[in-house]
Write a protein of this length. Structure first.
Length: 81
């Protein structure tokens, strides 16, 4: 997990125990706003990529539904825009 500030304990199996933060509530809010902004930007980029290559994705999907597997050469031919 990504954390901000100094860590006093070790992370065990992905669980971070309740710790005192060594940064202010205002800093925590700013971190939350920035994280939300990054996530929304990444989501928008992903949507744009999917829309840009929608036709290619549909071709690959149709072939995979028909054949279940594709050889590399078949797959590469489908990628040509």
């Amino acid at each position: 997990p990504v954390t901000f500030g100094e860590r006093q304990t070790e992370v065990f199996l992905g669980y971070e125990g309740k710790e005192d933060k060594n940064y202010s509530e205002e800093t925590a809010k700013r971190i939350d706003v920035e994280v939300k902004s990054i996530i929304l930007e990444a989501e928008e980029m992903a949507k744009n990529i999917l829309m840009k290559y929608k036709e290619v994705l549909e071709r690959v999907t149709k072939e995979l539904i028909k054949k279940e597997t594709l050889e590399r050469e078949e797959y590469e031919k489908l990628l040509v825009v």
